[in-house]
Design a binder for this molecule. Sequence first.
Ligand SMILES: [Zn+2]
Length: 49
Amino acid sequence: MCSIGGPANLTIDELTWYKYRCTKCGHVYKSTGKKSVCPRCRSEDIEKV
Ligand SMILES: [Zn+2]
């Protein structure tokens, strides 16, 4: 594994972050995924904000 010297390191900024709000417990969090579950109550009842 000798990959030093390549193009500039990709950072996490390359990803698009979305903000979601759980409609069940009101928890707001960020995720890079499309659809995810609330990290607090694991509900799939979330909406993009
Ligand atoms: Zn929740």
